[in-house]
Design a protein around this ligand. Structure first.
Ligand code: AMP
Ligand code: GLY
Length: 425
């Protein structure tokens, strides 16, 4: 079986490392990959969003099975295009991917099927949105979200009316997030611990993975701007067995059934961003793919062959498979470029890695994200905002966190920036 993993971040590196343990895969490809993925597999140079070029690459290399990592190719219909060419895929088709690519779609879905989420209004008219935030009854903080994909930046929490008006202007008039801001959602501000639960689903059955906790803000103490995620621990200490049962009953199964009823059954990894509010767990957001960096902490805990699970999802026989997890804890610390998530420089040599891009003498694992291999400098260089994740697994959370930090301190590059408080929840 020849398998391609589309994408080039830490998430795709984690998926590839897990798939390398599968005995059924004869050849593994990545595209576009990154410095670390290049050392694991053969990499194509095709961008994840170039749908027709990915299809051509798949045909040329006679690839049978494709795992689509990032959200943008999923929402552009890569799975639909590959299935038309008779290929099997892990990931939802374009219609099901709307659960992430359109907040208006996902909020209306939750409303229609009674899935708990923040109360909301949707607007496509700027003046109507402005009138709404000026109402006497408007409550602050108020959450304003661009409808479409915006690299995790399309959410603004406005503390007062002026901030809300500025957010509406940014999204709907200046189009800071492009067409994503043509429609917006204004929703109630919720409070409580946040939990990520990713789940495998074949459109009928849903099997949640180990829960996790992302650390979304750039700096220690949950300060600074929102990022794609600066570190993860798993399982999430707030997510008790009782809460898990409530979520399965009120959120996970109803979501899978809702998508099926709407004629767009979801097959792949469904990501639930939850908030454990005083009124019970509520959905903050859905994603149509593995979380990044969540995948870098959760997949190392998986015992079952990941490819067996992927195939069971594709073939709609997930109910037949028993998914086993290690009884351990996992931590991932993201090493980022100085300045991320705003502007940052790239091309800096990364010190502390062996020729495969791994750590010397460490049980911790490096998942490459924004890295490239520089043949002139004969080493790995930075090429993105989030450069790599350092992950460790251990019998306790504190040991896992310690191991990840001890390993992180052996890696260095100009401007390196990382949070020192991952796991201090
Ligand atoms: P999202 O991109 O939808 O995950 O939102 C980014 C972050 O904004 C979330 O992780 C939350 O911390 C915060 N957020 C989003 N929606 C709400 C809400 N309704 N109430 C409070 N915080 C929110
Ligand atoms: N870490 C958050 C996400 O993958 O969307």
């Amino acid at each position: 079986m020849k398998v391609l993993v589309v994408g080039g971040g830490g998430r795709e590196h984690a998926i590839i490392k897990a798939l390398k343990k599968s005995t059924r895969i004869t050849r593994l490809y990545g595209s576009p990959g990154n410095g670390g993925i290049m050392k694991e597999t053969q990499c194509g140079s095709v961008k994840a969003t170039d749908i027709s070029a990915i299809c051509d690459f798949v045909v040329e290399c006679e690839i049978n099975y494709i795992v689509v990592g990032p959200d943008d190719p999923l929402s552009l219909g890569l799975v639909d295009a590959l299935e038309k060419r008779g290929r099997k895929c892990f990931g939802p088709n374009k219609a099901a991917a709307r659960i992430e690519s359109s907040k208006v779609f996902s909020k209306n879905l939750m409303k229609k099927y009674g899935i708990p989420t923040a109360a909301f209004y949707t607007f496509s008219d700027y003046n109507e949105a402005c009138a709404h935030v000026k109402l006497m009854s408007a409550k602050f903080p108020m959450v304003i979200k661009a409808d479409g994909l915006a690299l995790g930046k399309g959410v603004i929490i406005a503390q007062n009316c002026d901030e809300a008006l500025a957010a509406l202007n940014l999204m709907m008039v200046e189009k800071k997030f492009g067409e994503s801001g043509s429609n917006i959602v204004i929703e109630e501000f919720l409070t409580g611990p946040e939990v990520t639960v990713m789940a495998f689903t074949d459109g009928k059955t849903i099997k949640p993975m180990i829960s996790s906790m992302d650390h979304k803000r750039a700096f220690d103490g949950n300060k600074g701007p929102n990022t794609g995620g600066m570190g993860v621990i798993a399982p999430n200490p707030h997510y008790t067995k009782e809460i898990a049962e409530v979520c399965e009953k009120t959120i996970f199964t109803p979501t899978v059934n809702a998508l099926k009823s709407e004629g767009c059954p979801f097959k792949g990894c469904l990501y639930f961003g939850l908030m454990l509010t005083p009124a019970g767990p509520k959905v903050i957001e859905y994603n149509c793919r593995f979380g990044d960096p969540e995948a870098q902490a959760v997949l190392p805990l998986l015992e079952t062959d990941l490819f067996d699970i992927f195939e069971a999802v594709t073939d709609e026989r997930l109910s037949d498979i028993d998914i086993k997890w290690k009884n351990d804890y996992s931590a991932c610390v993201v090493l980022a470029s100085g300045g991320y998530p705003d502007s940052y420089k790239t091309g800096f040599l990364i010190n502390g890695l062996d020729e495969n891009g791994s750590l010397f003498n460490s049980e911790a694992v490096i998942y490459h994200a924004g890295t490239a291999y520089d043949f002139f400098k004969k080493g790995f260089v930075t090429s993105g905002g989030r450069v790599m994740g350092v992950s460790a697994v251990a019998p306790s959370l504190s040991i896992a966190v310690n191991k990840a930090y001890t390993a992180a301190q052996t890696v260095n590059f100009d401007g390196i920036q990382f949070r020192k408080d991952i796991g201090n929840y």
